[in-house]
Design a protein around this ligand. Structure first.
Ligand code: FEO
Ligand code: CA
Ligand code: CA
Length: 700
């Protein structure tokens, strides 16, 4: 980083790394201050089955799933136009050679401004913010007189995942689907003192501010700008909350005795969703959402049945205190959050949720076949053989990467029967966990980030089968055990401990899969797992990107090769790597979190917790050809905020970003905000859109 920029970067206050202490408390229940939940002694150097491993020529997989997410003129029919998309609608390689992307925007400099900063020649606007009306009849937002009834109809707090799905048959209408991961009561309630002092109604307001929102958008005058449709006849607008929405459990573990509670003796219906972090858009036009740090909502773990305690602990739930100091106190509003009384309630969270935004009456579903852990998100690709494959990360230090392969095949076409069929794809299949090895001698991975003599952090990997339908492949665990306690199943088979796997997403251009390892300051520290070639830095502050190439391009197979295309940090530092690109020409990046692609296949990366002292941001880089690793910062978010989303529309004309927890800096309140973005009064999480007024494609 040039000194001139470095001087502009006074350190923001933080604890245990780069995030503010307030974020640590509210977002993940101070996860970094707790012992690492993975105490298994998994070995990194396992034997990797690599029969037939060969470098891919041109990936053809996903040709079915690579249909265009039709924004603009490309939208010609209904359901098929929705296909193609994880977080974008780029058409897949389909056998054609992949062209190198090129990004021509002028990089934004790192900064600590209380503003959104975008490249010259671009524009941005707020699409929707906390408190804005979602459901018809929502009252105007009044922070001093907020009610449960109002929040149930208004946009929730702390927007995270962003998906934008075109409304069939209408090129200028789309559905915005957003996660609301968590609340920060210090910044929501004027006069806040302590969580214990909150009224029960205030706790219910927080519960109503969790969940998801579905908001119908319209394009502004043929530009890349979008805004909410207003009026009373909104067909799709919807709030999904932790307080009242009913979810159906699907898959092999639905109805299992460990999922039954006093309120739900059948074990098939759950009220609410918690801590929804990232997600993905499926090729059949639904949204997946990951339930992540769900542990912090529960108390009473010390009085849970003895045989459950080790299992609860592996999921980060405190079993040594009646009321952990960093819990959210929701048991004061709803007894189910007290495990002393309802020990199975915790098992009903930590799933992948599927929402059909085009059917507001349909209950959202929690898919047990996809396993239970701290789900960051899930992104789907259609394999050559028609099965759908979802890639997933468990966002905790030293936890694992997973994939799910459906039993059934994706059906093309937009008939009601095809859609009904596709809606069942994630209810049955096979769950795998990743085990990886490096190809360089262990002695060359010294923990400093120095490249081994072959010039790359790279190697091979194997997807280890955990469970398929009702058949378990983990000795000593039933299929239901594997699905409900998936972390322990990963431990048992020796999965590779990674540096906090966040968003994992296949590129529909190349079929390669990209996973963000956000950071892990415990790597190689004390008795924690040592470095390995896939997680090569001690006390990894800045994270890295993990790129997977499935053998023979088969997403349903069990072998892969991998590389680290980007090892994040200050490009001037010796421990960083940008695909071999000239490091004087790239932007500093720290703590990659969410990833997305534009239709050219460029990788977009948003950050959470910039440990270089500047605000978080959004970055983009080509991943193929000579420009691979030429990473540039596209925007920055205001003080205290994290950059979430992101989502590039299929026509490349708009990029959406969720600005999460602006002003979340210790000591801040509604009355004394650390950020006044976006309205000049107090901080409000909001979704923004950025576009080019000349109508050109974003980035290039
Ligand atoms: Fe909610 Fe993994 O960040
Ligand atoms: Ca190597
Ligand atoms: Ca995240």
């Amino acid at each position: 980083m040039p000194d001139k920029i470095r001087r502009l970067l006074p350190l923001l206050g933080h604890s245990g790394g780069s995030r503010d202490a307030m974020t640590c408390l509210y977002r993940c229940g101070n996860a970094c201050d707790h012992p690492v939940p993975n105490t298994s002694d998994n070995d990194y150097l396992g034997d990797v089955v690599n029969a037939g491993m060969s470098r891919r020529g041109v990936i053809r997989a996903g040709a079915v799933g690579g249909m265009v997410l039709g924004f603009g003129g490309a939208l010609t029919s209904s359901a098929p136009a929705l296909a193609g998309g994880t977080s974008h609608g780029g058409s897949h390689g389909g056998g054609k050679p992949v062209k190198a992307g090129r990004l021509t925007f002028e990089a934004v400099a790192p900064n600590t401004a209380d503003a959104v900063t975008i490249p010259k020649g671009y524009r941005s606007s707020v699409v929707i913010r906390w408190g804005d009306a979602v459901v018809p009849g929502a009252p105007a937002f009044d922070v001093h007189n907020q009610t449960v009834a109002a929040q149930l109809k208004q946009f929730g707090y702390n927007n995270d995942f962003v998906g934008v799905l075109p409304v069939p048959g209408e090129s200028d209408r789309a559905l915005l689907v957003v996660n609301h991961e968590y609340t920060n009561e210090n910044l929501i309630f004027p006069g806040f003192t302590t969580l214990d002092a909150l009224t029960v109604d205030q706790i219910k307001i927080a519960m109503a501010a969790h969940g998801l929102s579905v908001v119908e958008l319209e394009r502004v005058k043929r530009t890349g700008e979008w805004k909410p449709v207003e009026g009373k006849r909104l067909r799709y607008n919807r709030r999904i909350t932790a307080l009242e929405t009913r979810f159906s459990l699907t898959g092999p573990a639905a109805g299992h005795v460990l999922l039954r509670t006093a309120a739900d003796p059948e074990g098939r219906t759950v009220i609410g969703t918690l801590n929804n972090c990232a997600g993905g858009v499926t090729p059949w036009g639904t949204v997946l959402s990951g339930e992540e740090n769900v542990n912090q909502y529960f108390v009473g773990g010390d009085q849970a049945p003895e045989e459950l305690k080790a299992k609860l602990t592996r999921y980060g739930i405190t079993t040594t205190a009646r009321y952990p100091s960093d819990s959210r106190k929701w048991e004061r509003a709803q007894e189910r959050f007290d495990l002393a009384k309802h020990p199975n309630e915790a098992h009903r969270f930590g799933w992948i949720v599927e929402v059909d935004p085009f059917d507001p009456e349909a209950p959202p579903r929690k898919h047990t076949a996809m396993g239970r852990f701290k789900h960051e998100g899930a992104n789907v690709i259609v394999a050559d053989n028609g099965r759908v494959v979802a890639y997933m990360g468990d966002d905790e230090r030293f936890d694992y990467l997973y994939k799910f392969v459906s039993d059934k095949k994706f059906l093309k076409g937009n008939s009601p029967a095809a859609r009904r069929h596709n809606l069942s794809l994630l209810e049955s299949g096979t769950l795998y966990v990743a085990k990886v090895t490096g190809d360089s001698p262990a002695s060359e991975i010294d923990g400093t980030g120095k490249l081994p003599t072959d010039g790359r952090f790279d190697g091979k990997g194997k997807w280890i089968k955990l469970v398929s339908g009702n058949t378990s492949f983990v000795p000593g665990m039933t299929a239901a055990d594997v699905l409900i306690f998936t972390r322990q199943a990963g431990d048992a088979v020796g999965a590779t401990k990674m540096d906090r796997p966040e968003d994992v997403q296949p590129s529909l251009r190349t079929g390669k899969i990209y996973a963000a390892m956000t950071n892990n300051t415990n790597r190689g520290v004390g008795t924690n797992a040592a470095v390995d070639e896939a997680n090569p830095r001690n006390a990894n502050k800045h994270g890295h990107i993990f790129e997977i190439t499935e053998d023979r391009g088969d997403h349903t197979g069990t072998g892969f090769t991998w590389q680290l295309p980007i090892v994040c940090g200050d490009p001037a530092a010796a421990d960083t790597y940008f695909g071999g690109y000239d490091k004087t020409a790239v932007s500093p990046i720290s703590c990659p979190d969410n990833v997305a692609f534009d239709s050219a296949g460029n990788l977009w990366i948003s950050t959470d917790g910039n440990a270089l002292g500047s605000n978080d941001g959004l970055f983009a880089t080509p991943v193929e050809g000579r420009e691979r690793g030429h990473l540039k910062q596209f925007l920055t978010v205001p003080r205290g905020a994290e950059t979430c989303g992101p989502f590039v529309t299929g026509d490349d004309r708009s990029v959406f970003v969720a600005v999460q927890h602006p002003g979340e800096i210790t000591g801040a309140t509604v009355e004394k905000p650390a950020s006044v973005w976006p309205d000049g009064d107090f901080a409000k999480p909001a979704v923004i859109v950025t576009w080019r007024p000349d109508g050109g494609p974003i980035g290039s």
